[in-house]
Design a protein around this ligand. Structure first.
Ligand code: ZN
Length: 560
């Protein structure tokens, strides 16, 4: 995921309003420490990017020779930066993965109102299994319309209230109930997509409810992408983190159906899809058993593989068992579709050799500054391009307890180019981290701006999210597009050029003439944010109504 393709919206005013109110109730948190910034090496930013993006690393594909070279390079840079091995004497954390390809998919058959409806795979529906089994078959499972399929105790909302979903298939709407609003007010933050709106959440919650299957109804506007995106990303090999129970706690089958399919099924069942969808937007909505049953089956071709996260630590001076986390994914696409010049190496210079370069430069800078009171963990994760798998695996198997992880910073594209006058936040004002960002932005004379498409849920699509969803407050910030050199026009032009020409293309290559002053400014911003978390005694938390607050409070309960 890259951060360059966004326009800016003023965010400072809203954040300022929120902070005073919360402070009035709770004990005033300690002031944000003012940190002195040691030298940050532009040579390191440049060298690490140049090396990792060179053809010799073949686009850093996980499980390839490119992985071995990349892991060795990062280890030697971490060593040179004075870090200690982060995994009990080892620099790596193996990440076992499983690759599953659904094959020989049957039609989706629905019996309703005495009719038998049959829907074709690909055109009408897509499906796959998160369970690692050779064959999946669901026969005549009752369909239940569960609205948005949300269980949000902190909001007093539960679409599954009073339901026993065992042996049943949940039919679920995409996004969250107030997505159509123009502003960000409301229980589910209106236009801004909350995690409850993400397709991943829908399947996770259906599994928690014990459902046999879950089918999301695709609709282009609330999904923010067309059916062809669903169809292409759900066909072929799917990569998952291996789990101890091989996914047996998941549903038997997850998938999507086209909206006309849902309309036809509801009609045959004597129900009105549009009317029920409208009802689902309102608190107190009750799920509707459709009195219809569905069947589908397919085979699963399974392969297992192992990739590696790379981890180093700078132990803390006085509170070493409190941790600040810095993350950046090292992987990219490896060899990819050749371009017109016949170049088939997706070098991933911007995405994300620059992020790993910033990670190394931050480790070096922290050595220059000397150890902080808290420990600082530097984590280069794998398999981000396959669905945040490396960070997901670490977050499921943390080497340092998440309940003792104060917070952190994720770096995904720290782009060369001009410094900017603004800093962009993804995800809006979700936690006390806003207070730290405000203090640092003031020090660096930067304006805080929001992302332009909050409805696309970008906050949930990069590695910080693997930690956020388990309660760890994480920064997802970067330079905005209001460039010092050339203004917004230059910043937005650079963003568009990257997104339109180079994003996930062989042309995302290193250029000797790149201007590194902007990347230096951004790395300095990230240094200040991370170091201030490592110096303070504070435990920043999510705001009371934020979707991750409960998880954090539960995980920190009783932790001294
Ligand atoms: Zn990336």
């Amino acid at each position: 995921m890259s951060s360059l393709s966004r326009r800016s919206l003023p965010l400072l005013a809203a954040a300022a309003l929120i902070v005073p109110a919360t402070l009035a109730q709770a004990k005033a948190p300690p002031p944000v420490p003012a940190v002195k910034v040691p030298a940050i090496s532009v040579d390191t930013l440049k060298d690490v990017t140049r090396v990792l993006a060179s053809d010799a690393f073949e686009g850093r594909g996980p499980g390839t020779a490119g992985e071995d070279k990349t892991v060795a390079e990062i280890i030697s840079r971490f060593k040179a930066a004075g870090l200690k091995p982060g995994n009990k004497g080892s620099w790596t954390q193996p990440v076992p993965t499983v690759v599953v390809e659904a094959q020989n998919l049957s039609p989706l058959t629905v019996k309703a109102g005495g009719q038998v409806l049959s829907f074709a795979h690909g055109k009408d529906y897509v499906a796959g299994s998160y369970r690692i089994v050779p064959h999946t078959a669901i026969a005549e499972a009752p369909l239940v319309f569960v609205g948005y399929g949300i269980n949000a105790p902190e909001l007093g909302w539960n679409d599954y209230a009073g339901l026993d979903m065992k042996g049943k298939i949940a039919v679920i709407l995409i996004n969250d109930p107030d997505y159509a609003q123009a502003d960000e007010a409301g229980l589910f933050k209106g236009r801004r997509m909350t995690y409850y709106g993400r397709w991943t959440y829908k399947f996770e919650e259906a599994a928690r409810q014990g459902a046999a299957g879950a089918l999301i109804v695709h609709d282009t506007f609330p999904a923010a992408y067309g059916w062809q995106v669903v169809q292409s990303s759900w066909s072929g090999k799917q990569k998952y983190v291996q789990s101890a129970n091989d996914g047996m706690d998941q549903t038997q089958a997850n998938g999507w159906i086209q909206k006309p399919v849902a309309e036809a099924v509801f009609k045959a069942a004597g129900q009105d899809f549009a009317a029920l969808s409208e009802a689902a937007k309102h608190k107190g909505f009750k799920a509707v058993p459709l009195g219809a049953v569905a069947s589908l089956s397919f085979d699963n071709a399974v392969e297992r593989a192992t990739s590696h996260n790379v981890i180093g630590i700078q132990p803390g001076k006085t509170r070493p068992n409190e941790y600040v986390l810095y993350t950046a994914h090292w992987d990219h696409l490896g060899r990819c579709q050749a371009n017109a010049k016949g170049d088939d190496i997706c070098n991933g210079a911007m995405d994300n050799a620059t992020g790993v370069a910033a990670l190394v430069a931050l480790a070096e800078a922290n050595r220059r500054a000397g150890p902080a009171p808290r420990s600082q963990v530097f984590l280069a994760v794998t398999l981000e391009e396959s669905g945040l798998l490396g960070s997901e695996y670490y977050a499921r198997n943390p080497l340092y307890p998440l309940a003792r992880t104060v917070g952190g910073v994720n770096m995904d594209v720290v782009a060369p180019g001009s410094p900017s006058r603004d800093v962009m936040v993804t995800g809006g004002d979700k936690s006390d981290l806003t207070r730290y960002l405000q203090a640092v932005a003031k020090t660096m004379n930067l304006t805080i701006v929001g992302e332009d498409h909050p409805e696309r849920g970008h906050y949930y699509r990069s590695d910080h999210f693997s930690f956020a969803k388990r309660g760890v407050p994480m920064f997802s910030v970067g330079r905005g597009t209001d460039w010092v050199k050339g203004g917004k026009a230059a910043g937005e032009a650079a963003a568009d050029a990257y997104t339109n020409n180079d994003y996930h293309q062989p042309s995302d290559e290193f250029h000797e003439d790149w201007d590194w002053s902007g990347a230096l400014q951004e790395t300095t911003l990230l240094y200040r944010l991370g170091r201030s978390l490592a110096e303070t005694t504070d435990w920043p938390n999510w705001h009371k109504t934020d979707e991750f607050r409960l998880i954090r409070d539960r995980s920190r309960a009783g932790v001294k």
